[in-house]
Write a protein that binds this ligand. Structure first.
Ligand SMILES: [Zn+2]
Length: 592
C-alpha cells in the first residue's frame, strides 16, 4: 500500500503525520527519535517496520519510556484482510498480534472493505481479539460496476487484449481507461511489449510506454507516481498491474477493469478489491471482465439443484462462531456440483450452509498455513484440477447460475438483508443482463460484447462444454510426417545447450528493458518441448506445429518469422554437430 498519499491526506487536515518507509528512515535516521518524542499525531508504518526484532521500534520505542507510548490512543490496521491474503509472503503480518501484548490497554481498529467470514475468523485469532470486539459492517455494494465472466482458452492467447487496442486504433487516446490485473510479472511484461507494438504509430506523439504502463510492487515509487499522474491526465490508457495497484490507489475515472485469468493465487478479497478500482466518482459507471479458463467453468455442472438434492436443510445459526478457526479452503472434498447455486431468497438456507462449507477448521493458527498447503496439494496419481485449487469464493462467484454481485455481497456480509435489494444503476452482470433481455451485441469493452459472456454462450447439455464460435484455424501440417531416427540423451543435452545459447543471443539483440527475463524470448517449457520432440522436427512446418502445441504464438511473441527460421537452422546445426561428435567417439572406441 502506498503511504505517501495518506500522509498528504493528513496534511490537508492539518495533522502532523509521517510514513516510516525504509527509504525515509535510511535517508533520515533521526526520524525515529522524532517519532519517539511524540512529534507526530499519526504514524504510518508497515508490519515489517514494527515487528522486525532488529529494527528501532522493537529495540527502542517499545522498550523505553517515551512520549509516543504515552500519547498513543489507537492502533489501526488498515486493509486488515492482508493479514490473511499476504500471510504467505509477508509473515510479519501474522506477528501483529504481539502488539496486543505490548500495548495492553490500547484499542485496535481493523479496517477493510473486504472481509470474508473465514478472514474475519483469522484476523480475530491472529490479533487476539477475544474480548470487547465490536464489528461494524458497512455495505460493499457497488451499483456502479457491471461484471461479466468471459471464458477463454488460457492466458497464453492474448487475442482478447490485442482486440482491446485494435478495435480502438483510430481513437486510442479516447479508449476506456483500463486496468488489467495479472498475477505474473513475466506475463505482464510480454503483454506489455505486444500491446505496445500494436499501438505504435497510432498515438499522435504519446510514447507507447506512456500509453501503456506497468505497476507492481518492485517498480520504484517515482515511476509509480508518474503512472498515476499520466493515468489521471489521460495520456496513459492501459495499466498492467498486480495487487499493488488495488490497495490505496484512487483514480476516479477508470472505465474498465480486467482480471486476466484466475488461478490459485487469487483470493476473493483481491478479486473484489481489483474490481472495485472502477468508477470511483459519483455518476460514473464502469465495466469489469473476469477472464476464466473455460475448463474451470465447465467443471461445475449447470444443474446445481441436482448437486444439492442429498443435503439436509440448514439448521445451524447463520452467525459465524469465532471460536472455530474456519480458515482452510476446502479443496480435495470440494463438491463442485454445489457451486452453481445462485443467491436468491429461495436458496437462502442452502446458501448459508454453502458459505460455511467453503472453509474448514484449522487445528491451530500455527498449523494453518501447513494445513492449507496440504489441503490443496495433489499427488502424481491424484492430481488436483484448478477448479479444486482456486479460492472457493472465487470459484463460486464465477460459476454460480445467478447474479454475480449477490455472491460477493453474501461473502462480504452485506448488512441488514439488503442483498436482494435491486438498486443497480447499470445491467449489473451477465446473468442480470440476459434476464432483462439485453441483446448479445451490447458492448462491454472494445472487442467484447455481452454475447462473449458465460451467461450468453450456449453449452452442450450432454458434456457441459461451452460452445465458443470458432475462429479461423491455423493450417495443420500435411501427413504423413517424416521422423528422425532415435536421438540419444547426450545429443538432446547438446541441443538444449545450443538452444539456450541461441535464446541468450536473441535476448541481447532485442535490447529489452533491464528488468526483463530471458524466457520472454522463448519460455523454458517451449524450449524443453522442442528438445523432447526433436525426433518429430525434421522439416520447418513440424517446428511450427511443435510451437503451436506448446501454445506459443509467433504473432504475439517478440520474435519475427526470420528468427523462427533461424531457430530451425540452430536445431539442424546442433543435431548435425552432435551426430558427428558421437560418430567420432564411436570410431575412437573402435580403434582402442
Ligand atoms: Zn447481477
Amino acid at each position: 500500500m502506498r503511504l505517501t498519499p495518506k500522509v498528504d491526506a493528513c496534511t490537508n487536515f492539518k495533522l502532523r503525520s509521517v510514513a516510516l518507509t525504509s527509504s525515509k528512515v535510511e535517508a533520515n535516521p533521526a526520524l525515529w527519535r522524532e517519532v519517539d518524542n511524540g512529534n507526530f499525531q499519526i504514524v504510518y508504518a508497515s508490519p515489517e517496520m514494527l515487528m522486525d526484532p532488529t529494527k528501532h521500534f522493537q529495540c527502542n520505542t517499545v522498550k523505553e519510556h517515551n512520549k509516543f507510548k504515552t500519547n498513543l490512543v489507537l492502533i489501526a490496521i488498515d486493509e486488515c484482510h492482508c493479514l490473511w491474503c499476504w500471510e504467505r509472503f509477508r509473515p510479519e503480518y501474522r506477528r501483529l498480534g504481539d502488539l496486543r501484548k505490548i500495548f495492553i490497554d490500547i484499542p485496535f481498529l481493523c479496517l477493510s472493505a473486504t472481509i470474508a467470514p473465514h478472514v474475519a475468523s483469522y484476523i480475530h485469532e491472529v490479533l487476539s481479539l477475544r474480548w470487547l470486539t465490536v464489528l461494524f459492517s458497512l455495505s460493499i455494494r457497488r451499483d456502479d460496476i457491471n461484471i461479466v465472466v468471459v471464458p477463454f482458452g488460457g492466458p497464453h492467447d492474448i487475442t482478447p487484449l490485442r482486440r482491446l487496442v485494435t478495435e480502438s486504433i483510430h481513437d486510442l487516446l479516447n479508449m476506456p481507461k483500463t486496468l488489467i490485473f495479472l498475477d505474473g510479472v513475466e506475463t505482464a511484461q510480454k503483454i506489455n511489449l505486444e500491446l505496445q507494438r500494436e499501438v505504435s504509430g497510432h498515438l499522435h506523439g504519446v510514447p507507447t510506454d506512456v500509453f501503456i504502463r506497468t505497476y507492481w510492487a518492485t517498480i520504484d515509487d517515482d515511476r509509480k507516481d508518474e503512472t498515476l499522474k499520466d493515468l489521471r491526465s489521460g495520456r496513459t490508457r492501459i495499466v498492467l498491474c498486480t495487487d499493488a495497484f488495488s490497495l490505496g490507489v484512487d483514480i476516479r475515472d477508470i472505465d474498465l477493469v480486467i482480471q486476466w485469468d484466475i488461478n490459485e493465487k487469487l483470493t476473493i478479497e483481491s478479486l473484489w478489491q481489483r474490481i472495485g478500482r472502477g468508477s470511483r466518482a459519483p455518476d460514473r459507471m464502469s465495466n469489469s471482465i473476469i477472464y476464466v479458463n473455460k475448463r474451470i467453468l465447465e467443471s461445475v455442472p449447470q444443474d446445481w439443484e441436482e448437486g444439492w438434492k442429498q443435503t439436509e436443510p440448514q439448521l445451524e445459526p447463520d452467525d459465524i462462531d469465532f471460536d472455530e478457526l474456519c480458515i482452510i479452503p476446502v479443496s480435495k472434498q470440494r463438491p463442485l456440483a454445489k457451486f452453481g447455486i445462485p443467491v436468491t431468497p429461495e436458496t437462502a438456507s442452502k446458501v448459508n450452509r454453502h458459505v460455511r462449507e467453503l472453509y474448514k477448521e484449522a487445528t491451530s493458527l500455527k498449523e494453518a498455513l501447513r494445513n492449507a498447503k496440504q489441503e490443496s496439494h495433489g499427488t502424481q496419481q491424484d492430481r488436483m484440477s484448478m477448479a479444486q485449487k482456486i479460492d472457493p469464493g472465487v470459484l463460486w462467484a464465477v460459476t454460480n447460475m445467478g447474479c454475480l454481485h449477490k455472491v460477493f455481497q453474501i461473502l462480504f456480509r452485506e448488512p441488514d438483508d439488503k442483498v436482494f435489494m435491486d438498486s443497480h444503476k447499470g445491467w449489473c452482470c451477465g446473468f442480470c443482463a440476459k434476464r432483462r433481455g439485453l441483446p448479445a451485441d451490447t458492448i462491454v469493452a472494445p472487442g467484447v460484447t455481452l454475447g462473449h459472456s458465460i451467461h450468453y454462450l450456449e453449452r452442450d447439455p450432454s458434456t457441459n462444454k461451452i460452445i465458443i464460435p470458432p475462429r479461423p484455424q491455423d493450417v495443420t501440417p500435411p501427413v504423413p510426417q517424416p521422423q528422425r531416427e532415435a536421438v540419444s540423451a547426450e545429443r538432446k543435452k547438446d541441443l538444449q545447450r545450443t538452444l539456450e545459447g541461441w535464446r541468450n543471443l536473441k535476448f541481447k539483440e532485442l535490447c529489452l528493458p533491464p528488468n526483463c527475463v530471458v524466457s520472454l524470448v522463448l519460455p523454458d517449457k517451449v524450449l524443453t518441448r522442442i528438445v523432447n520432440n526433436v525426433r518429430k522436427i525434421v522439416i520447418y512446418s513440424q517446428l511450427l506445429a511443435t510451437l503451436r502445441e506448446a501454445h506459443w504464438d509467433q504473432g504475439s511473441s517478440l520474435l519475427i518469422e526470420a528468427d523462427v527460421t533461424g531457430l530451425f537452422g540452430a536445431i539442424e546445426n546442433a543435431l548435425g554437430q552432435s551426430l558427428l561428435k558421437e560418430q567420432a567417439n564411436k570410431g575412437q572406441r573402435a580403434l582402442c
